[in-house]
Design a protein around this ligand. Structure first.
Ligand code: HSE
Length: 434
C-alpha cells in the first residue's frame, strides 16, 4: 500500500513516527507493508528533517493527490480551504483518504462522503474526533446495536487544560492558553479551541453518526470559555460541581440538540475528574446504558494513533477486495434523514445563575418571587455574607430543569430590578445521570 502524507506538522510528524517505528507491529496485523511513498509540506526543511530521503518530499501537495502510484492519501493540514481541494482531488482520483480534519468533515462531510462512494474509495476520519480515543469506531461499530440517546464529551484538550490549570494552579486564562499552545494541543487559530468551535465540529460529526442525520455544523449552538470567570469555578465547587466545556448532543423523538458550552457537572461523575488535555466521551445507548471513553484527545502521537488505525482499516478491507464495508456515516444512505435541530432557547437544562445585586431588605423575596411566578424552583441558593469592605452580596443559585427561554425571561426581570448591578452570569448544568 503506497501512502502519501500531506502535512508534516504536529500530527503529521507523529503519523510518520507511528508508521515507521511501529511498522513491524502493523505488518503483523495487516499482512501488507505500508510504504510512505511521498510526503508533502510547505516547510521542506522540516519535511527533510523528519523524512530524511529528499526524493520523497515535495512542497506541492497536488503532486501527491495526482500521483498514479499512490493508493491512499493522509491529509493532515487542516482547514476547509486547500485541504478540501486536495481531499476532493484525491477521492476523484480514486485514492482512499484518511483525515484528522474535523472542520472539513463537519462542514463538508455530506459531499465528501458522496464523492468517496461514487469513486468506490474509503474516506476515514477517526482522528477528527477526540484524538487518540477510537470514538467513531465505538459509536459506529461497537455500539451499532443500540439506539443512541445522548452523547456528552470533553472533546477539546486545550480548553480542558486551561480550565484545569485555572482551577488547580490558579493560572490566568492567558498563561494557561499559552502553555497549551506550547504543548501542541491548540489549533492553528486557538480561538477555535477557546470559543468552542473545535468541540462543535467534533460533536457535529458524532451527532451525525449517532442519530443518522446529515452533518450540520450550522445547527450547533456554540459558546466558549473566554468569558468564564474564576469566581464561578470556585462557586460551582462550593455547590459540588466542576465546570467543563461540554459538547452535548441528544436525540428527541422528532428533533436533535447539538450544543457546546461551559457546563457544571457534579464533581462525583467520572467525567468531571478528567483533567489537563485529556478527553472523555460519555455515550448512552438504549441497550448498553452509559459508556465512557477516556484518553488523550490531542497531541502528536495520540492523534497519529487514530490516523494510522484508519490506514490499517483500509489496508485490511482492500486486502479482502472490499470497498467501504461500513457506511462512512454509520447509517445506510437512505436512512440518513434531516431532523429539526433545537435552538438553545428550546433546550431544557438546570441552570447556575450568579447575581450581583445591591443589598436591600426584601431583596431575596423579590428575586424568589420572580422564579415562583414563572413556576421555576430554586434547588440551591447561596447568599455570601456581607463583608465590611463589600456591602453588596454575591448570590448564586441552581434552578430546577427549565426551558432556556423561561430562564432568559427570569434573568431579564431580575436585571431590570433597581438593585441589579451587573449582567447575570448563566451557566448550564448537566447531571449526566439519565
Ligand atoms: N485543538 C484540539 C484540542 C486538537 O485542543 O483538542 C485536537 O483536535
Amino acid at each position: 500500500m503506497k501512502v502519501g502524507l500531506i502535512g508534516i506538522g504536529t500530527v503529521g510528524g507523529g503519523t510518520y513516527k507511528v508508521l515507521t517505528e511501529n511498522a513491524k507491529e502493523i505488518l503483523k496485523k495487516t499482512g501488507i507493508s505500508i510504504d510512505i511513498a511521498r510526503v508533502a509540506d510547505k516547510n521542506l526543511a522540516l519535511a527533510k528533517k523528519v523524512v530524511g530521503d529528499e526524493n520523497k518530499i515535495t512542497d506541492d501537495a497536488f503532486d501527491i493527490v495526482n500521483d498514479k502510484e499512490i493508493d491512499l492519501v493522509i491529509e493532515l493540514i487542516g482547514g476547509t480551504g486547500i485541504a478540501k481541494e486536495l481531499v476532493e482531488t484525491a477521492l476523484a482520483n480514486k485514492k482512499h483518504v484518511v483525515t484528522a480534519n474535523k472542520a472539513l468533515i463537519a462542514m463538508h462531510g455530506e459531499e465528501l462522503v458522496e464523492l468517496a462512494e461514487k469513486n468506490k474509495v474509503i474516506l476515514a476520519y477517526e482522528a477528527s474526533v477526540a484524538g487518540g480515543i477510537p470514538i467513531i469506531k465505538a459509536i459506529r461499530e461497537g455500539l451499532a446495536a443500540n439506539q443512541i440517546e445522548w452523547i456528552a464529551g470533553i472533546i477539546n484538550g486545550t480548553t480542558n487544560y486551561i480550565l484545569s490549570e485555572m482551577r488547580e494552579n490558579n493560572l490566568t486564562f492567558d498563561v494557561a492558553l499559552k502553555q497549551a499552545q506550547e504543548l501542541g494541543y491548540a489549533e492553528a487559530d486557538p480561538t477555535f479551541d477557546v470559543e468552542g468551535v473545535d468541540a462543535a465540529h467534533k460533536v457535529t460529526i458524532m451527532a451525525s453518526i449517532a442519530f443518522g442525520i446529515p452533518v450540520n455544523f450550522e445547527g450547533a449552538y456554540v459558546e466558549g470559555i473566554s468569558q468564564l470567570q474564576q469566581k464561578d469555578i470556585a462557586y460551582a465547587e462550593e455547590l459540588g460541581y466542576r465546570i467543563k466545556l461540554l459538547a452535548i448532543t441528544k436525540a428527541h423523538s422528532d428533533a436533535v440538540e447539538i450544543r457546546v458550552h461551559p457546563t457544571l457537572i457534579p464533581e462525583k461523575r467520572l467525567v468531571a475528574n478528567v483533567n489537563g488535555p485529556m478527553n472523555a466521551v460519555l455515550v448512552k445507548g438504549n441497550m448498553v446504558g452509559p459508556t465512557l471513553y477516556y484518553g488523550a484527545g490531542a497531541g502528536a502521537e495520540p492523534t497519529a494513533s487514530a490516523v494510522v488505525a484508519d490506514v490499517i482499516d483500509i489496508v485490511r478491507q482492500c486486502k479482502h477486495g472490499h470497498g467501504a464495508m461500513i457506511p462512512t456515516l454509520g447509517f445506510t444512505k437512505e436512512n440518513i434523514k434531516k431532523k429539526k435541530l433545537l435552538t438553545i432557547e428550546e433546550v431544557e437544562s438546570e441552570f447556575y445563575l450568579r447575581l450581583s445585586m445591591k443589598n436591600k431588605t426584601g431583596l431575596l423575596a423579590n428575586i424568589t418571587n420572580i422564579f415562583a411566578d414563572k413556576g421555576v424552583s430554586i434547588d440551591a441558593m447561596v447568599h455570601k455574607e456581607i463583608q465590611d469592605n463589600n456591602l453588596d452580596p454575591d448570590i448564586f443559585l441552581v434552578t430546577s430543569k427549565v426551558k432556556e427561554q423561561t430562564i432568559n425571561e427570569i434573568i431579564s426581570k431580575i436585571e431590570s430590578l433597581p438593585e441589579n448591578k451587573d449582567k447575570i452570569i448563566k451557566i448550564r448544568i448537566e447531571e449526566l445521570n439519565k
